[in-house]
Design a protein around this ligand. Structure first.
Ligand SMILES: [Zn+2]
Length: 256
């Protein structure tokens, strides 16, 4: 499945919160009872990539969405998914899960896909930071496994959404990425690399959609925003465009 087949324009839209923030939202998550989520933009909240930035973002996001608190972790491009038991920092990792009411789980990005997940039956929610390294380590599957282990989630009940990130249009990579991803995911991942103009391009959206299917999600429950952060650097920070000075946007999800 290519990302084109899974990125429908109605999947993701922008709306204004009561505090005036413009955030991105997925129709599929909005349609679920008891789930709140948001993807921040330059018209709401972007932050420096530091732990202090995350602490302040967590407080602001909690206030904007009416949550009691927001948990986050120190992202290291790995595959560890942590069960959040309190707000604030939960240590090193690249994903969080919770079933606690009004405790948000949040991750940050400037180009990497963030995945939001919600189990319509158990009420568990989760977030994962699926950088190319995390994608090679199959973090999308790890997210679903941790929801299953902690909360008895059946993957068939999960809706998962892939936030704006660098798209296949702009994600030029080296052969090292191809080797690492096919080594970690298997030869099936080769289909997500395409050579154009002599340059290798990686489709992170399609790779993570496939990983979620592999984890047992139903195709109709997987959605991608289909917005490239390089093409739409006006809306979202991009490490590829701005380099080390790039700020970060965040994605958060909670159950009510
Ligand atoms: Zn692009």
């Amino acid at each position: 499945m290519s990302s084109d087949e899974k990125t429908d324009k109605d999947a993701f839209h922008f709306s204004e919160l009561p505090n005036g923030w413009t955030v991105g939202r997925f129709a599929a998550l909005e349609a679920m009872d008891g789930v709140v989520h948001a993807v921040t933009t330059r018209q709401s909240l972007v932050i420096p990539a530091t732990s202090r930035g995350m602490g302040s973002a967590a407080e602001q996001v909690a206030g904007a969405l009416g949550l009691s608190g927001v948990a986050y972790c120190h992202q290291i491009h790995g595959k560890a998914v942590i069960r959040a038991k309190h707000n604030g920092s939960c240590g090193q990792g690249d994903g969080l899960v919770t079933a606690s009411s009004l405790l948000g789980v949040m991750a940050f990005s400037a180009d990497c896909p963030l995945i939001l997940a919600a189990d319509g039956v158990s009420g568990a929610v989760g977030v994962a930071h699926a950088s190319w390294k995390g994608t090679a380590k199959r973090i999308a599957s790890e997210l679903i496994l941790q929801m299953a282990g902690a909360f008895g989630t059946n993957p068939a009940d999960v809706t998962a959404c892939i936030c704006p990130s660098v798209g296949p249009c702009c994600y030029e990579v080296g052969a090292d990425v191809l080797h690492a991803v096919t080594e970690g995911v298997g030869i099936r991942a080769e289909q997500f690399f395409e050579k154009r103009g002599g340059k290798l391009h990686f489709d992170l959206w399609a790779a993570n959609i496939e990983e979620l299917l592999h984890a047992g999600l139903a195709p109709e429950n997987i959605h991608a925003a289909g917005i490239c952060t390089v093409c739409r650097n006006d809306l979202f920070p991009s490490h590829r465009v701005e380099g080390e000075k790039a700020q970060r946007f965040v994605a958060v999800i909670a159950r009510t």
